[in-house]
Structures are given as C-alpha cells and as structure tokens.
Ligand binder design. Structure first.
Ligand code: HEC
Length: 285
C-alpha cells in the first residue's frame, strides 16, 4: 500500500481486514490498489510511473547556453510513458504510439489525453514509433551521428531490457557490420557487438536529432545522409534504412517497433519493471 498509495494503511483500514478475509481476502487490498493507481502518487509528476521513466527518458537540463533545451522537450515524453501504463491502455504503445499525450490538471489531479500533434514534435505521424521518435529521444540520442548507434542501444536497453554494452541481446547478422560510416567496427573484437548493433541502428539513420542550431530538433529526413554526411564520409549515404532486430529483418523504424513491442523481451521488461517496484529488487533464482 505504501508503494502504490504513498501511505501506510490506517488503523481502521487494518481493523477492517479480518472481517472481509473469509469471503475474499484480497478484496480490500485490491480496492485500495484500484483507487491508488488513480492517485498523484502513482501517476502524477514525480510519481511512481514518472520515476520509472527516468532511466528510459534520461532527462537533462542543458541550460541557457543551449537555448534552454530541457523540460520543454521531454515533458510530453513522460506524459506518453504514463499514459501507456494507466487506465487499461496497451503498454506496447510505448513503441507503437502515433499520437502524443497532453497532461492537464483537473481538481488537483493529473489527467492525460491523446492529441494528434504537439507544437515541438515534428516527426510525421506515419514515421512515429512512440517513445523512440520524440523530439527529446532524437535530440538526446541521435544527435548528429550519421549512424545513431547510441539511440538504438538505448531503445534496446530501455524497452527490451537488454544492454548490448553488457553483451546482452546479441543476434549477429551475417556479413555485418558493413561499416558505412568508417568507424573500423569490422574488426573481430568490435564485430562481436556491432554485427548486432549496426543493423539494429540502420532504421534510425533517417531520424535527425540536431543538424544545425538554426534547424528545429527531432525530424524525419529521408535524405539526411546525403544532405548532411556524404561530403564528410563518402559512401555513407549507401547505408540502407532497413536493418534487423532480434534476428528478424525490418524495413523501417515503425516495423522495428512492431517487432520489438510484440517480442518476449518487451513483455519481460514490462513485468520486470513492475516486479522491482513491488518487490524492491529483481526476481531471485
Ligand atoms: C560489448 C559490446 C561492444 C563492443 C565489443 C564494441 N562496441 Fe562499439 N558500441 C557498443 C554500444 C552498445 C554502443 C552504443 C553506445 C551505448 O552504449 O549507448 C557502441 C557505440 C559505438 C560507436 C558510436 C559512438 C557514438 O558516439 O556514436 C562507435 C564508433 C563504436 N561503438 C566503435 C567500436 C569499435 C571501433 C569497437 C572495437 C574496438 C567497438 N565499438 C566495440 C557496443 C560495443
């Protein structure tokens, strides 16, 4: 009760327990849970779900030197994350949502509603993949790298619960990495990871975080590689947009998101997150 409601049961609530225990022992607990998952402690700013989102969103306030980049960009990421976890919504929308979420306050409570667009979100609807195509995700992870490996690794870590930097989730693709951006990742000691990571990242290569300070952040640009990188890294624009995830070929990031959100790894990571909230530690053998 402390975890979900943010308070311990009152004496009268505790005294009420034995009376109902014979008919349905779980009923008082369930009814407390049902009402507390509507509380600000669970779904408001700084609430349990909000904190669960921190390592996935990785917020940062870059301050005035960067034009005040921060909350303005990632506020709606938290709203989408919370929306996907409440009121019986499908948590696969973390990766599938083609909508955004607006948080409002009504009588001291946060409410969340779907909206088709938000002013600072520029990826067109048909190219959206929930949390991994928001302005903040692209700005923070894709930034200005031709092949956004960091973005793919973070998407994998945050939503599939597997971390390539710890040798997890390796599904090597034959003849990869092709090393389109000439980073010498083909060496055997690098290919161990990059034969999985590079094909995982290709579908993100047309999503732009920052191109120049004059351009808006977080866009889908089909000609991104030839426009911004070919002159610096000749040949880089031959990099395909299709790649592979969990041993399955995918042609776009939206397809990547469908495969990811239907995977066992995704389901497991959703359960594990909540297990840790309720049990205060990962499952023990
Ligand atoms: C244990 C797995 C692993 C090995 C081995 C590995 N990498 Fe990586 N590499 C990663 C991951 C994961 C990322 C993405 C960064 C992150 O962790 O978020 C990455 C990112 C990169 C990047 C992109 C950095 C950026 O800022 O965009 C380059 C370049 C790179 N690796 C080169 C290499 C080279 C060269 C080698 C071999 C000397 C190598 N890596 C070995 C897992 C690995």
């Amino acid at each position: 009760m402390l975890t979900v409601c943010g308070r311990s049961p009152t004496l009268s609530e505790l005294r009420a327990l034995p009376k109902t225990s014979e008919s349905n022992p779980a009923e008082p607990v369930l009814s407390a849970l049902n009402s507390c998952v509507k509380s600000e402690h669970w779904r408001g700013p700084e609430g349990v779900l909000y904190q669960l989102a921190h390592p996935k969103i990785r917020p940062a306030n870059l301050g005035a030197d960067y034009g005040g980049v921060g909350e303005r960009e990632f506020g709606s990421d938290y709203s989408l994350f919370i929306f996907a976890h409440i009121d019986g919504h499908d948590s696969r929308d973390l990766l599938l949502a083609r909508y955004h979420v607006q948080r409002d306050m009504s009588e001291g409570k946060s409410t969340y509603r779907k909206v088709a667009d938000l002013p600072n979100q520029l990826v067109p609807e048909e190219r959206r993949a929930g949390m991994i195509t928001t302005t903040w995700f692209l700005l923070y992870n894709n930034m200005f790298t031709a092949l956004p490996r960091t973005a793919a690794a973070q998407a994998y870590r945050a939503y599939l619960g597997v971390d390539i930097s710890k040798n997890e989730g390796l599904f090597p693709v034959p003849d990869e990495p092709k090393d389109y951006d000439r980073k010498a990742v083909g060496a055997p000691q690098c290919a161990v990871c990059h034969s999985t990571l590079d094909p995982l990242s290709y579908p993100l290569s047309r999503y732009d975080g920052v191109s120049s300070v004059l351009d808006p952040f977080g866009r889908y640009l089909p000609g991104r590689l030839s426009q911004y990188y070919e002159a610096l890294i000749p040949g880089v624009s031959t990099m395909p947009e299709n790649g592979a995830l969990l041993g399955k070929p995918v042609t776009s990031l939206t397809q990547w998101a469908v495969v990811a959100s239907n995977s066992d790894q995704f389901a497991r990571s959703r359960v594990l997150d909540f297990w840790k909230i309720f049990m205060h530690r990962p499952p023990q053998p």
